[in-house]
Ligand binder design. Structure first.
Ligand SMILES: Nc1ncnc2c1ncn2[C@@H]1O[C@H](COP(=O)(O)OP(=O)(O)OP(=O)(O)O)[C@@H](O)[C@H]1O
Ligand SMILES: [Mg+2]
Length: 499
C-alpha cells in the first residue's frame, strides 16, 4: 500500500516458550486512528514494542514513510517520530513533569547546562496547547494516573511524532478525561498523525477508530474499516467464534446476611462518609458510580487497607474489632484490587507464587510445614480455570500480557476461597472471551452461597451481573437500585447527583 505511513512486514518474535508474533503484516495510513484489537496475549503490546525499539524482532521489517527503519531503542524510535504511551506508565516518579517530558534532551544554555526556565516555559506552552491544567514543576508522583498519562501524551506531541501508539490509554480515566483524550486524538489525526489505539473497550473503537486490525495468537486475522463492522462481528473475529450471550444466567438463592456495614466513614475527610449497607449470601452486589466516586476507597476500607474514622463492620453477625487486611482475610473476605500495577502483582515472582501467596496459611501439613504439592496443584487449577495464557506456571508475572496478569490476581483470591469476595473492576483490561469466563465463575460462586461485591465502571456489566447496585457519588451513597430498576439511565442519575 503506497499510502501507508507505517508498514510492518512479516514480523516474528519469539519468547521462551511462546511465539508471540508469527509473520505479522500491519499497515497504517497517515491521519487515521487505527485500532489494534485481540484477546489477552494476542500479541498487540509486543507488536508495538517491536515497532518502538523495546523488543528486537527475530524476523521482519519496518517501513516508515517508505523507508526501511530499524530502531535499537525507544529513544531511536522517538527521534524518528514514533511515540508510545504504554499500558504500564513509564515515567520517572521522583522527577517533575517538565523533566519527564524533556528527559535526555533537555534544553541547554550557553554554558551547556540545563536551561530550567526554558524547559518549564516550553512545558507550560505544550500543556496549554493540549488543554492540560497542571503545573510543569509538579513532581510526577504527586499527579493522578490520568495526569501522568497526560504527560506522556505531551511528550509524544513534543517530539512532533507522526505515529503515536496508545496502549489501553483509558483504563483509569474518568468520562471527562476520556472525552478530553478523544479530543486530543482527533486533533492529532487532523494534523496527519497516525494513532495506533489498543483497547478492550468496544464502544471506544466504534467512537474513535477509522480502521481495525484484529490479532489472534500472534497472527493478523485482518484489517477492516470500522464502518464495515458491528460489535458482534468484531467479537467473533477476535475470539474466533460467535459469542451469543455476554452474561451467563445468575441462578443463586439469596440467603442470610453475611456482611453489614454501618455508617462507615473514611479517615480522609475528602473520601466517603456514612455508608451503610448489607450483603446477603448468594448475592452479587454491584457498586456503581463515576471515577472519583470513592468506590475503591470504600472497598479498601472494608478490607482494612485504608483507615476508617468511624463505623462498624459485621461479618456473619460478628463485629470486627479491628479492621486490618489480615483480620478481613481471617473473617473470610477477599479483595481483588483494581490496579494490578501498583497493588497486587509481584512482577519478579512466578505465576505459582503470585497465585498462592494469599493462601499459605490454608495449606499447612499436620506438622506445620507448607504443603507445596497441594499449593501448587491448586494454583495450577485456578489459572487453568481462568485460561491464563502462559508457557508455564514458572513464568515471571512481568512477562505476561496485561490481561493475563489480571487473571493471576483473580486466581489468587479465588484460591483463598473467601465467603465474601470483593472485586474492584474485575474485568478491566480483560478481553471479551475471558470476561465471560470471569462472569461464569462469579455465577458459580454465588450459586455455592458465597457473596460478591463488584465495583465496576462498565454499565452493561453492572446491569448484567448484579442483583442490586449501590451508587456512589462524591463519597455519598446516593441510591440503591434493585434488579428490576437497573438501567444505564437510573445508574447515571444517582452517579451524577451532585453535578
Ligand atoms: N518479555 C516477555 N517475555 C516473555 N514472554 C512475553 C514477554 N512479553 C510478552 N510475552 C508473551 O507474548 C504474548 C503476547 O503478549 P502481549 O503482551 O503482546 O499481549 P497483548 O495482546 O498485549 O495482551 P493484553 O490484551 O492482555 O495486553 C503473551 O503470551 C505473553 O505472555
Ligand atoms: Mg497488552
Amino acid at each position: 500500500m503506497a499510502d501507508s505511513i507505517l508498514e510492518m512486514r512479516e514480523v516474528t518474535k519469539r519468547f521462551p516458550g511462546v511465539l508471540a508474533l508469527d509473520g505479522v503484516n500491519f499497515q497504517v495510513k497517515p491521519g487515521t486512528v487505527h485500532a489494534l484489537m485481540g484477546e489477552n496475549g494476542a500479541g498487540k503490546s509486543t507488536l508495538m514494542k517491536c515497532l518502538f525499539g523495546i523488543y528486537q524482532m527475530d524476523r521482519g521489517s519496518i517501513v516508515l514513510n517508505g523507508e526501511e527503519r530499524h530502531f535499537n531503542s525507544a529513544a531511536d524510535a522517538m527521534h524518528a517520530g514514533v511515540s508510545m504511551i504504554h499500558q504500564e506508565l513509564s515515567n520517572v516518579p521522583e522527577r517533575s513533569v517538565a523533566q519527564n517530558i524533556w528527559l535526555g534532551r533537555e534544553p541547554l544554555n550557553a554554558l551547556r547546562l540545563i536551561n530550567h526556565r526554558k524547559m518549564l516555559d516550553d512545558t507550560r506552552k505544550l500543556l496549554e496547547d493540549l488543554n492540560f491544567d497542571f503545573d510543569p514543576a509538579a513532581r510526577m508522583s504527586s499527579l493522578s494516573i490520568s495526569r501522568q498519562q497526560g504527560c506522556e501524551i505531551a511528550r509524544a506531541v513534543s517530539y512532533n511524532s507522526s505515529i503515536v501508539v496508545m496502549d489501553e490509554p483509558t483504563s483509569s480515566l474518568t468520562e471527562n478525561e476520556v472525552a478530553h483524550l478523544f479530543a486530543i486524538i482527533r486533533d492529532l489525526r487532523a494534523r496527519g498523525v497516525a494513532i495506533i489505539y489498543i483497547s478492550h473497550k468496544m464502544e471506544e473503537i466504534f467512537q474513535i477508530a477509522d480502521d481495525v486490525t484484529v490479532m489472534r495468537d500472534g497472527k493478523v486475522i485482518g484489517t477492516f474499516p470500522v464502518k464495515t463492522l458491528t460489535g458482534d462481528k468484531l467479537i467473533s473475529l477476535m475470539v474466533g467464534r460467535d459469542i451469543t450471550h455476554r452474561f451467563p444466567p445468575v441462578e443463586s438463592s439469596i440467603g442470610e446476611r453475611c456482611l453489614e456495614v454501618r455508617n462507615l466513614t473514611a479517615a480522609n475527610p475528602r473520601s466517603f462518609r456514612n455508608i451503610s449497607f448489607e450483603l446477603r449470601k448468594g448475592e452479587i452486589l454491584g457498586i456503581g458510580g463515576l471515577v472519583g466516586a470513592q468506590r475503591t476507597e470504600l472497598v479498601e476500607a472494608i478490607f482494612g487497607v485504608r483507615p476508617a474514622a468511624s463505623g462498624e463492620i459485621l461479618v456473619h453477625g460478628k463485629l470486627l474489632k479491628r479492621i486490618r487486611p489480615q483480620d478481613a482475610i481471617e473473617a473470610g473476605i477477599g479483595l481483588v484490587t483494581e490496579d494490578r500495577r501498583s497493588s497486587g502483582i509481584f512482577p519478579l515472582l512466578n505465576i505459582t507464587v503470585n497465585t498462592a501467596i494469599a493462601s499459605l496459611g490454608k495449606y499447612k501439613t499436620k506438622i506445620g510445614m507448607l504443603d507445596h504439592r497441594k499449593l501448587t496443584s491448586e494454583a495450577v487449577k485456578q489459572n487453568k480455570q481462568l485460561k491464563t495464557k502462559t508457557p508455564s506456571m514458572g513464568t515471571l508475572v512481568q512477562n505476561l500480557s496485561g490481561g493475563n496478569q489480571q487473571k493471576v490476581i483473580l486466581s489468587r483470591w479465588l484460591m483463598t476461597m473467601p465467603d465474601i469476595l470483593i472485586m474492584d473492576e474485575p474485568t478491566r483490561g480483560i478481553d471479551v472471551g475471558a470476561k465471560y469466563e470471569i462472569y461464569m465463575i462469579m455465577a458459580e460462586l454465588v450459586k455455592q452461597g458465597k457473596a460478591i461485591i463488584m465495583v465496576s465502571s462498565e454499565m452493561p456489566e453492572l446491569i448484567g451481573m448484579s442483583h442490586r447496585v449501590l451508587v456512589l457519588c462524591a463519597g455519598v451513597l446516593t441510591g440503591t437500585l434493585e434488579k428490576s430498576e437497573l438501567t444505564q439511565e437510573s445508574i447515571m442519575r444517582y452517579a451524577t447527583q451532585f453535578s
